[in-house]
Design a protein around this ligand. Structure first.
Ligand SMILES: *Cc1c(COP(=O)(O)O)cnc(C)c1O
Length: 393
């Protein structure tokens, strides 16, 4: 078997100076630990904000709900897309006003709608009739926006089928909202998370245009398009930049709406926080299952239940860096728990230097989104993934 020296293109994923600081700080930490660099989140937020004029950003809190992350984005002028009363309470504790929140979950109890309303939230998403009636009864007069169904094609982590409705359903909901004395503000969609095909926004925006025109004939003027999430992070497969996404989307908008582009909202999660996180892990064991097995099994102290659930079906491919030099072995990577689904990568072959040993530290990049917030509470007694903020320099 021909083998090459192990090489990991560190600069593609992280600024080397920043990595040096993270590496040094990590020496003070037990593993596994997620280290979050707020400076990266700030830069991403400013880049996104500058890429579309007058864009109103509603950060999707679920992507990373650390207090420090929320407070940073609050200070930068972000609004927040909130999914549950628990998230609402957290934001209130951090001093965030209800005017800066939307209840962006299409699946919500009537009592929770009422709670949001009592706390001062006046912006709600909907995609169904019961939900719309619940909003009308429990949050009278509120602004509503309507979520369109998308396919999720082209996304590494699709959010299709479960959310949104076909334009013919949405059309009727919009007319109904108006009769129920709600304020129909606009239309939203989510083309799927880590969406690699920018053209998906083209289709969705065309459907928005169709709806805007259709309800205008009934005297209802919609004023807003919520472009959802879906902007990319820097995983193993390369993606276009935030600016490239925005430039294309602005072009789609002017093709459909000409000079009369509606107010634009976005609910980014992944693209703001993923690149800011590095999980520092430890190799627990390296094993060969049989004398002539081609691939070694490498067990880390973090796995699917410790925050890497987006490796399901190997959907999200995190860059993983071993620090030693040696010849590259193709490996199968797995987590530490007693569940055989806790395998990270088997079909995508990751590389490890053949000099790696149990006890070595391993760096998993682009892990600032959907890791800690997804980690299990107590499986096999392992606590949820610990997260710490990189001290500023
Ligand atoms: C999760 C979610 C987002 C964030 O999506 P990303 O792809 O992480 O940017 C935005 N809006 C809604 C409604 C969501 O559920």
């Amino acid at each position: 078997m021909y083998r090459e020296p192990y090489h990991f293109n560190l600069e593609r994923y992280i600024d080397p100076e920043r990595f040096a600081r993270i590496r040094e700080f990590a020496l003070t930490q037990d593993t596994p630990v997620l280290i979050v660099d707020l400076e990266v989140i700030k830069a991403k937020f400013l880049e996104l904000q500058a890429s579309i004029p007058h864009l109103q950003i509603y950060y999707a809190v679920k992507a990373n709900s650390l207090n420090e992350v929320i407070s940073l984005l609050h200070g930068l002028g972000s609004n927040f897309d909130v999914a549950s009363p628990h998230e609402l309470k957290q934001l209130q504790r951090l001093g965030i006003a209800p005017e800066r929140m939307s209840f962006g979950n299409t699946i919500k109890k009537a009592q929770d709608i009422r709670y949001f309303y009592e706390q001062g939230v006046r912006l709600f998403v909907t995609d169904s009739e019961y939900d719309l009636q619940n909003i009308a009864h429990n949050a009278p007069g509120s602004k509503v926006y309507f979520r369109l169904l998308t396919e999720g094609t082209g996304a590494d982590w699709p959010l299709s089928r479960k959310f949104g409705a076909h334009p013919d359903v949405i059309y009727n909901l919009i007319l109904q909202a108006s009769e129920l004395n709600l304020d129909p503000w606009g239309v939203s969609f989510h083309v799927g998370s880590q969406q690699r095909d920018i053209g998906q926004w083209d289709d969705a925006i065309s459907r928005c245009k169709y709806l805007f025109d259709a309800v205008l004939e009934e005297g209802i003027e919609l004023k807003m398009i919520n472009l959802g999430g879906g902007y990319p992070a820097n995983y193993v497969d390369p993606a276009f930049s935030i600016n490239e996404y925005s430039a294309e989307i602005l072009r789609f908008l002017s093709e459909d709406f000409g000079e009369h582009i509606p107010a634009l909202v976005m609910e980014p999660g992944r693209s703001l926080v993923a690149d800011a996180g590095v999980i520092v892990s430890e190799v627990v064991n390296i094993a060969s299952k049989a004398k002539n097995n081609l691939y070694k099994w490498v067990y880390l102290d973090v796995g699917k239940f410790g925050g890497l659930i987006e490796t399901i079906d190997e959907s999200i491919k995190y860059p993983i860096y071993f620090e030693r030099e040696g010849m590259a072995d193709e490996i199968i990577l797995a987590g530490p728990t007693c569940d055989s689904m806790d395998i990270l990568y088997e079909y995508n072959k990751y590389l490890m230097p053949d000099t790696a040993k149990p006890g070595d530290r391993v760096f998993i990049f682009t892990t600032g989104a959907y890791t800690q917030s997804y980690s299990s509470v107590n499986f096999n007694g392992f606590p949820p993934l610990k997260a710490v903020i990189l001290p500023p320099h």
